[in-house]
Write a protein that binds this ligand. Structure first.
Ligand code: AOF
Ligand code: ZN
Length: 352
């Protein structure tokens, strides 16, 4: 590839990435994908994958070409941030559409890790005589769909850990703070006859200690970006969290509890698993691509200790709690950055 061509390819691939991000609220569990059709230095079509189950980026880009520009398809290049699909899923294969439209050149950001595609789209195009360039802005294209890539590569949901830490290093955990104090004695919860723990209804919906309208927004924004959400059984028992998306627009993630909970104590629609591995496997089989773990301390620590996490967010509150459960400990050597969301500071770790 000569230099000027590669600069041009990078330029249009950046536009694909920009378009792909428009699918941020609707594409999951499908990846965000953008496509641009260029003829003689002129963009004649653009599209992105907006909603899972609806048209793919290439289809939208091709459909956006005006009738008078359609003859130019035969000499155009189509740029796509992800390999065009080769399978009949909820929609027909994009590689076939590109071939049928006689587009002679395709520039692909990165290969699709999905087993049904995974190189077959590129092969299908090449077999039909289409010139295919693969790997333009590859890292950016993969990073954009980190959850999708993790899910298909590691065969488990992408795991995000989240907690709030007081200025003096304690977890924002009303129940655990209570347990830590004498108040624990007065909690009416008793082990049930079958050995599982009963839910304490008196504890329902107690507000988090460090919560503010802005931190609420940050939490709910994050919930809306995950397909499932998990707490440990003690948190369910003592906190009765609803785990819904209220302070942000988006659908509620699937609520999951880890540990033993009596069937009668399991809220409707919740799934319960005895251990992390079983839970990850079950969610994978249900095509749940992302999981947000919200506590408590022991549950978060067990994910960290098992190395089963992809990203962690620690909300840094300015409030002192004086006592309680220490915040989870991240492994040494994992680089931390400070990120602000809605003006709220967070420590952020990425597990590479
Ligand atoms: C593309 N272009 O814009 C996207 C692709 O069920 P379907 O038919 O929507 O297919 C979903 C799969 O297609 C998804 O897992 C991923 O492999 C690919 N997504 N492919 O050619 C797109 N979103
Ligand atoms: Zn497709």
């Amino acid at each position: 590839m000569n230099k000027s061509k590669s600069t041009t390819d990078t330029f249009y691939m950046r536009r694909c990435l920009q378009l792909a991000r428009q699918g941020e609220n609707g594409a999951a569990p499908n990846p965000m994908v953008g496509a641009v059709i260029v003829s003689e230095g002129r963009i004649i079509g653009e599209g992105y994958h907006a909603h899972c189950g609806q048209a793919h980026a290439e289809v939208n880009a091709i459909n956006s070409v005006r009738p008078e520009d359609r003859p130019f398809l035969q000499e155009a290049t189509i740029y796509v941030s992800l390999e065009p699909c080769s399978h009949f899923g909820r929609t027909p294969p994009c590689a076939k559409l590109i071939i049928d439209c006689h587009i002679p050149r395709v520039v692909v950001g990165c290969e699709d890790p999905f087993a049904k595609v995974h190189g077959r789209g590129i092969q299908m195009l090449r077999d039909a005589g289409v010139e295919v360039v693969v790997g333009v802005l590859e890292e950016e294209c993969r990073a954009l769909n980190r959850k999708f890539f993790t899910f298909h590569t590691h065969r488990r949901p992408y795991i995000t850990l989240k907690w709030a830490r007081s200025k003096d290093g304690f977890l924002d955990s009303w129940r655990e703070a209570l347990l830590d104090a004498e108040a624990a004695d007065s909690l009416p919860s008793q082990p049930a006859e079958d050995g599982t723990e009963e839910v304490t209804p008196q504890a329902a919906q107690h507000p988090a200690l460090l919560s503010t309208p802005l931190t609420q927004m940050a939490v709910h924004h994050q919930r809306a970006r995950h397909q499932a959400i998990l707490v440990g059984h003690s948190t369910l028992r003592l906190d009765r969290p609803s785990l819904t998306v209220r302070a942000w627009d988006g659908s509620d993630p699937l609520p999951v509890v880890l540990g033993r909970v009596a069937e009668r104590e399991l809220p409707r629609g919740w799934q319960c698993f005895a251990d992390i591995e079983t839970m990850l496997d079950a969610l994978y089989r249900q095509n749940v691509q992302s999981l947000l773990v919200e506590g408590g301390a022991q549950t978060l620590q067990s994910f960290i200790d098992a190395g089963l996490w992809d990203e962690a967010w620690e909300e840094l509150s300015a409030t002192m709690l004086q006592s309680g459960v220490p915040a989870p400990r991240m492994p040494y050597g994992v680089e931390k950055e400070i990120v602000h969301k809605f003006g709220v500071p967070f420590s952020h770790w990425t597990n590479s």
